[in-house]
Design a protein around this ligand. Structure first.
Ligand code: SER
Length: 347
């Protein structure tokens, strides 16, 4: 008999999907159903039980697959990031908000009718913060979950709203009616910092200067950064992002005192990252030519986030500080993958 847990990953072909899917497959306990509007990369296919190419907004497809596979957990990764979202804000809203609410509603209805709970894991972002100016950013330093929730990008606004809608579906849905005996949605959310992966070059994000710098150097190319050298935000490497998703998913519900948790690996300036890149690739020439508008977005994000609630409630602990991230993950993996032509752009 197959005792594997059936899970759904939306936006499976994106950056986080490329980190999460191989890890889940390695753990061996899951039947992964993938949903993405694009064809899934060949390298991911061997890990997948069923690949579905469809629009997240197609609720007929979504409801059918939730029922047919008896999905117990959803990793809802599908999103248009902060830079991509500013190119077509209306489309970003459709994907990020309508895609999420539609998936929550379908999940709620299916779980309610089958008297069971679906865990809904939602990656949110530092883009939900909007600090008014650099002086304030310097002054406040580390920011807690409920500080400066005044995003300036469509993506940040969408994610902040969906954090609340997810909380609504898990706690307050149809508050005027009697609660179902089994609560249909168990919504859990991590707010990610900028993510750096050795496996993929992201696209459409505004924290992308860090991974772009590293990947360009490994390809033997120079890099012109679109942010100032003193720009600082929190980051984490992909293995820690996957660890955060899985640890939160598996945390006992009674330990969770909140639905939304900051997580962080390390904070770094663009210059610090460039310095580490230069140590390994001394020929890489990194220069700075800030794009005023993208700079404004990154400057509105905090220099560091307070992830003490995640540490306290579900034992969050990143495995990688900045040096370990470079020495034991990014540099060896990236060098290896470029040697074997295995890097894919995502986004
Ligand atoms: N990486 C994201 C972005 O830059 C932030 O969550 O949009």
């Amino acid at each position: 008999m197959n005792n594997k847990e059936p899970i759904l990953i939306t936006g499976a072909n994106g950056e986080v999907g490329h980190g999460l899917i191989p890890k889940l497959s390695e753990l061996g306990n899951y039947d992964i159903v993938s949903l993405d509007i694009r064809e899934l990369d060949e390298e991911l296919k061997p890990h997948i039980h069923e690949t579905i190419v469809a629009d997240i907004l197609d609720s007929t497809v979504v409801k059918n697959l939730l029922k047919e596979h008896a999905i117990t957990t959803i990793f809802h990764l599908a999103a248009i990031l902060s830079t991509g979202g500013e190119k077509d804000p209306f489309r970003a809203h459709q994907v990020n908000v309508n895609g999420t609410t539609s998936l929550l509603e379908s999940s709620y209805q299916v779980a309610l009718s089958e008297k069971r709970t679906i865990k809904f894991i939602f990656p949110s972002t530092i883009a939900v913060y909007g600090i008014p100016d650099l002086e304030t950013k310097k002054k406040v330093g580390t920011v807690k979950e409920d500080g400066f929730n005044a995003p300036i990008t469509m993506y940040g606004i969408n994610k902040l709203y969906c954090e609340r809608v997810g909380t609504y579906y898990s706690k307050f849905y149809k508050i005027l009616e009697t609660r179902p005996e089994v609560l249909p949605i168990d919504f859990r959310c991590v707010r990610f910092p900028g993510i750096i992966s050795a496996m993929t070059v992201p696209s459409g994000g505004t924290s992308d200067y860090a991974p772009e710098m590293i990947h360009s150097a490994a390809r033997g190319e120079g890099y012109e950064s679109f942010v100032r050298s003193d720009t600082v935000i929190p980051f984490m490497v992909m293995p820690d992002a996957v660890k955060a998703l899985l640890t939160l998913t598996n945390a006992p519900k009674e330990k969770l005192t909140q639905g939304i948790y900051n997580v962080s690996g390390f904070s770094a300036t663009a210059e610090q990252i460039a310095g580490l890149v230069n140590q390994v690739f001394p020929d890489s020439s990194i220069s700075y030519n800030p794009d005023q508008n993208r700079q404004k977005i990154v400057d509105s994000w905090p220099a560091a986030v307070d992830d003490s609630a995640a540490k306290r409630d579900w034992g969050w602990k990143p495995d990688y500080d900045i040096l370990k991230a470079f020495n034991e993950y990014l540099i060896p993996e990236i060098q290896d993958r470029y040697k074997n032509n295995q890097i894919n752009p995502t986004g």
